[in-house]
Write a protein that binds this ligand. Structure first.
Ligand code: PLP
Length: 411
């Protein structure tokens, strides 16, 4: 495959700098991805030429702002293959998407004695809201365990779905394990058992073509703009129109109403029923530009290039003495996010991250918002390296060289 990585890198101004006198090697993409110039420029252009409030105004600027804001919605619709703009709700991010569903659907539908099912590998943002709902409703939070190779334990899933499952919440790609979960099979089992299915696509959306039609009987899907080269404070919640229509609003205020009376009010059409208050207009203009940018690169091509990086990353890390990977082995096959988490014998992950930062390498150390998983594995913290389509194979070589140095230094 031809992938002109130098040309792609040049799209990201932030990469062209030195950290502690060394060229920046950005390997923390799973936490947040840099923005390409196209996104930065689209936001700046909007702010300097078109900013006004959306939906309400008759004047030219308001119409321009509304067109840009709503235009971004249509771009996202096409990007994920949603049925209509009405199914694309703008949020602040994945976390808000989960909380919206928990509040607007969960509170109305989950009752005492019901089961809420989550995977062991969920990010806190797709775990804690369900845990809170379970406590509030006296429901049971059931956790689907992983096998020793860190993939789904199908027996545990069957067991978790054997009671009164109301909802199953799962990440499409864990932010520390990286592999693509067999979502269609899991969703089919959950749906057959009578549960609704919520999918957290925060990581997956940045690494592969995401087509709703290929995910099986999924009811909701959420992701964040900042993981896919868009601005922070932008996110998407998708659900089918009929389901969104059944759900009551979870936030009240301007823009989400049709008519306000003294004692009661009625709600705006979808998706605005779930978008109370003045939204993050410039953010979504940037999100639209991010979708254009990724679409022009081609998510199939992005995924193919990142696959070569992932293979190299795993092969090189395997050569580092004293390094233990906490990921499902690559030999299992399947699609992956280009990331790995590991521990290095004798070196605390935070010390390692600091050591690497001194060399210009940005990685993440800690619990990565997956404490239920790391506690179960018995590792309080790991170091995570997460790549993107602008990373070069030589950056992996440099990382591995520095890991060897770190080991000798801390020994
Ligand atoms: N889910 C996963 C798998 C993530 O990696 C993250 C962010 O790290 C989130 C959810 C939460 O995303 P946000 O903080 O953008 O709401």
């Amino acid at each position: 495959m031809t992938w002109n990585v130098s040309k792609v890198r040049a799209d990201f101004p932030i990469l062209d700098q030195k950290i502690h006198g060394k060229p920046l090697v950005y390997l923390d993409n799973a936490a947040s991805a840099p923005r390409p110039r196209a996104v930065i420029d689209a936001v700046a252009r909007y702010e300097s030429e078109s900013h006004a409030n959306v939906h309400r105004g008759v004047h030219t600027l308001s119409q321009r702002a509304t067109d840009l804001y709503e235009g971004a919605r249509s771009k996202v619709r096409d990007f994920i293959g949603a049925g209509s703009d009405q199914e694309v709700v703008f949020t602040r991010g994945t976390t808000e998407g989960v909380n919206l569903v928990m509040a607007a659907w969960g509170r109305a539908n989950v009752r005492e004695g019901d089961d809420i099912v989550v995977l062991r590998s969920e990010h806190h943002s797709n775990f804690v809201p369900w845990q809170a709902l379970a406590i509030e409703k006296r429901a049971r939070l059931r956790i689907v365990e992983l096998t020793p190779d860190l993939t789904i334990d199908w027996n545990s899933l069957k067991e978790a779905l054997s009671g009164r499952p109301k909802i199953l919440a799962m990440g499409l790609m864990s932010n520390v394990l990286g592999m693509l979960q067999p979502v269609a099979e899991i969703a089919a089992m959950a749906s057959k058992a009578g549960a609704r299915v919520f999918v957290d696509a925060a990581q997956a959306v940045a690494h592969l073509p995401l087509k709703l039609s290929e995910l099986g009987p999924v009811d909701w899907l959420a992701f964040s703009g900042h993981k896919m080269c868009g601005p922070t404070g932008t996110g998407i919640l998708w659900a089918r129109r009929e389901l969104l229509e059944q759900m009551t609003p979870w936030m009240y205020g301007g823009d989400m109403i049709r008519r306000v009376g003294d004692q009661e009010s009625s709600w705006n059409e979808l998706p605005w029923k779930f978008e109370a208050g003045t939204p993050n207009i410039s953010g979504f203009v940037g999100m639209g530009a991010a979708v254009d940018y990724l679409s022009a690169l081609g998510m199939e091509r992005v995924h193919a290039y990142e696959r070569t990086l992932t293979e190299k990353l795993f092969a090189e890390l395997a050569r580092v003495e004293g390094l233990k990977l906490w990921n499902p082995p690559l030999s299992l096959g399947g699609a992956r996010a280009p990331l790995a988490q590991f521990t290095l014998e004798g070196v605390h992950p935070h010390d390692l991250a600091q050591f690497l930062d001194a060399e210009g390498i940005a990685v993440r150390a800690g619990h990565h918002c997956v404490q239920p998983l790391l506690s179960k594995l018995g590792v309080p913290a790991t170091t995570r390296v997460s790549l993107s389509f602008f990373n070069e194979p030589t950056e992996i070589d440099f990382l591995v060289e520095q890991l060897g140095r770190a080991r000798r230094y801390f020994a």
